[in-house]
Design a protein around this ligand. Structure first.
Ligand code: ADP
Ligand code: ASP
Ligand code: MG
Length: 415
């Protein structure tokens, strides 16, 4: 008998029919003798709808109230799923984040989980019940409802698995695992049986939204056994999806590149003709950090005649905010001939632990893009990834040609 946490995404609970199908899958695992905690998201499109309602009333809604609204999506699906399980003759009980006490900090709309009370859940499990916990939400120390950021139900699932030392956390979604890239963009993309934790962390942070990055971080910290699977397969199916592994072993695929991630959600800001002197980077990025804006890539050119150009990227949602901050600071901490921005950029990244020991990957990437006349605006590398910023127009083309050039559709041969 195992303790399993199953998280179901929005499409997987997108209709009452889909919810009944989830219930059948849960019932099958229960029948096999497992204890189950189930974490549903809101029905697909529902969180967007709720946030849009608030925006109809105010362009800038209070974040605390926004969370009160957004958290209702998951309250609907936990109740419906519990009812569906009752119909199948199972004992089940649903809880909101606040009822369990998924304690978070007070960073509304992007709260972090601090602690989960397990007592109530353990008691129910011991009584043979399926426990259903709302994803995406928690409660702060003052009892305010909080949400965990978009895609946050993944993190709810992993955090519950960590808190209860579950044997496995299964993320059920609308694809049957983690692919070499988003199969919606590249139909020949290949499902990976396994991916290392480090690679998954890079893929998630570089834009593959199949798992929320925080859920991967959480899984790594507590060594949660994490698996991505399809909820659209037959409930009796025994397919094993993609396992996120913590050790590289010899039986693993020996691919140099495991996958391609991409992100449209970026914007670039360039300061032309800033003074080339100590402290300038701080004078520019200090106020940006103080405004709570995350900076991703940074490029500073070699100076000429005492001046240089300085560029960085931010989340597209923060673009205007960042420009406003710089306009206010210009002439105070730094001077610049011109500040220009571009919010129509995208980032494409190759990810793979094999890059550590193989040279020439970046060169091949640049040649492939050059052959398509795609101009590279920025480059950033780490041990296991190479990222480039390009015009958003060419993003999907770049992903497709790189996937082909590195032959990611083909399974690598064991070494
Ligand atoms: P859910 O609602 O179940 O949380 P998401 O839409 O958040 O589902 O995540 C699943 C989607 O992630 C897939 O439909 C797919 O389009 C996308 N995706 C992006 N990159 C990948 C990848 N490398 N492998 C699999 N899916 C990916
Ligand atoms: N319902 C939330 C969202 O749409 C959380 C999730 O689906 O994981 O972002
Ligand atoms: Mg998701």
């Amino acid at each position: 008998m195992a303790l399993i946490v199953q998280k179901y995404g929005g499409t997987s609970v997108g209709s009452t029919e889909r919810i009944k199908s989830v219930a059948r899958r849960v019932a099958r695992h229960h029948r096999d003798g497992h204890q189950l905690i189930v974490v549903p998201s809101a029905m697909s499109g529902e969180t967007n709808r709720l946030l849009a309602l608030a925006k109809e009333i105010s362009p800038n809604p209070n974040p605390r109230e926004l969370d009160v609204v957004a958290a209702t999506g998951e309250q609907v699906t936990i109740g419906l799923l519990s009812i569906a399980l009752h119909e199948l003759g199972l004992k089940a009980k649903s809880y909101t984040g606040g009822q369990v006490r998924v304690l978070t900090d007070s960073a509304f709309t992007k709260a972090r989980i601090l602690k989960i009370d397990e007592e109530r859940i353990r008691k129910d499990l011991a009584a043979g019940m399926v426990v259903i916990v709302a994803g995406f939400q928690g409660v702060d120390a003052e009892g305010n409802i909080t949400t965990l950021g978009r895609g946050g139900s993944d993190t709810s699932g992993v955090a519950l698995a960590a808190a209860l030392s579950a044997d496995e956390c299964q993320i059920y979604t609308d694809v049957d695992g983690v692919y070499t890239t988003d199969p919606r963009i590249v139909p020949e993309a290949r499902r990976l049986d396994r991916i290392t934790f480090e690679e998954m962390l890079e893929m998630a942070s570089l834009g593959s939204k199949v798992l929320q990055i925080r859920s991967v971080e959480f899984a790594g910290k507590y060594k949660v056994k994490l698996r991505v699977l399809s909820s659209f397969e037959d409930p009796e199916s025994t397919s094993t999806g993609t396992l996120i592994t913590y050790e590289e072993d010899d039986t693993m695929e020996q691919a140099i590149i495991s996958g391609i991630a991409f992100n449209r959600d970026e914007a670039k800001i360039s300061l032309m003709g800033v003074e080339d002197r100590p402290g300038v980077a701080y004078a520019i990025l200090g106020p940006i950090a103080a405004a709570n804006i995350d900076v991703d890539m940074i490029v500073q050119n070699i100076g000429a005649s005492g001046h240089t150009d300085f560029s960085f990227t931010v989340n597209r949602g923060e673009y205007q905010n960042a420009l406003d901050v710089l306009a206010k600071e210009k002439g105070k901490g730094f001077s610049a001939r011109e500040i220009i921005g571009d919010n129509k950029i995208g980032k494409v990244s190759l990810v793979g632990i094999g890059m550590r020991s193989h040279v020439g990957i970046a060169a091949k990437m640049f040649r492939t893009l050059a052959d398509e006349q795609i101009n590279i605006q920025m480059i950033s590398t780490s041990e296991i990834k190479t990222s480039v910023v390009i015009d958003e127009k060419y993003l999907e083309l770049a992903v497709r040609v790189l996937h082909r050039a590195f032959e990611l559709e083909r399974a690598p041969q064991p070494a």
